[in-house]
Write a protein that binds this ligand. Structure first.
Ligand SMILES: N[C@@H](CCC(=O)N[C@@H](CS)C(=O)NCC(=O)O)C(=O)O
Length: 210
């Protein structure tokens, strides 16, 4: 039996999209299982056996000879897939390190604030000061990405990588978070280059809703 993959996730989830996009861009077939976060399925005893943190995504790698391996934490998962496929991992150790730095920066300074801004715009309405705080932090992250993309085609010099896949999954829901990417021309141009990669799909085209 060849290796097989099953992605557990939610179509609303940026981290699930990150892993789905990596699978799509590497042309890796996979099965998909929707996890209904509104029913707290990610906290069920069966799901906690796959992910001790009680979150999506999980990618289960059914290895041909070594058995089943549940992988968690989207950045760690795409790095695992880069190693396995030999794709999108950077051309050498220095570039891999840079890719990791981008991914860590994203989960520190961009992704959580974009997610909160989107969550407040779409799902809950907290105190306006809380919304303002999240929006300002997200805007600071977008401003930094915009300026660091100046003169670059992709985040690593050698071409598209897990750094782009990671950061893109944080930016992709910008409109739902009520950010206008017309104000970020470098991000817009980078978006178009990523969207032109073979296998690319946007979240709602890539991830089934049930
Ligand atoms: N750092 C994690 C974040 C995962 C995450 O935030 N998942 C959210 C959906 S986007 C989730 O499962 N939320 C439900 C919960 O935490 O109970 C990753 O990158 O995989």
């Amino acid at each position: 039996m060849a290796d097989q993959f099953t992605l557990y996730g939610s179509f609303l989830s940026g981290p699930t999209y990150k892993v789905g996009l990596m699978l799509a861009l590497t042309g890796q077939p996979y099965a998909y299982r929707h996890v209904d976060l509104s029913k707290a399925e990610q906290k069920s005893p069966e799901f906690l056996k796959l992910n001790r943190f009680g979150q999506v995504p999980v990618l289960v790698h059914e290895r041909a000879t070594q058995g089943s391996l549940p992988l968690v934490q989207s950045c760690a998962i795409i790095e695992y897939l880069a190693d396995l496929s030999g794709r999108f991992g950077g051309k050498d150790a220095a570039e891999r390190q840079q890719a990791r730095e981008w991914l860590h920066w994203d989960v520190d300074r961009l992704m959580p604030w974009m997610n909160r801004a989107r969550f407040y715009a779409r799902f809950v309405k907290p105190d306006p000061a809380v919304v303002e705080h999240a929006r300002k932090a997200a805007a600071t992250g977008l401003d930094m990405l915009e300026s660091l993309l100046e003169g670059r085609t992709f985040l690593l010099e050698s071409g598209p990588s897990i750094a782009d896949i990671g950061l893109f999954s944080s930016v992709v829901h910008a409109a739902e978070a009520e950010f206008d990417l017309d104000e970020y021309p470098n991000i817009q141009a980078w978006w178009k280059r990523i969207a032109a990669l073979p296998g690319f799909k946007l979240p709602y085209e890539l991830l089934p809703k049930s």
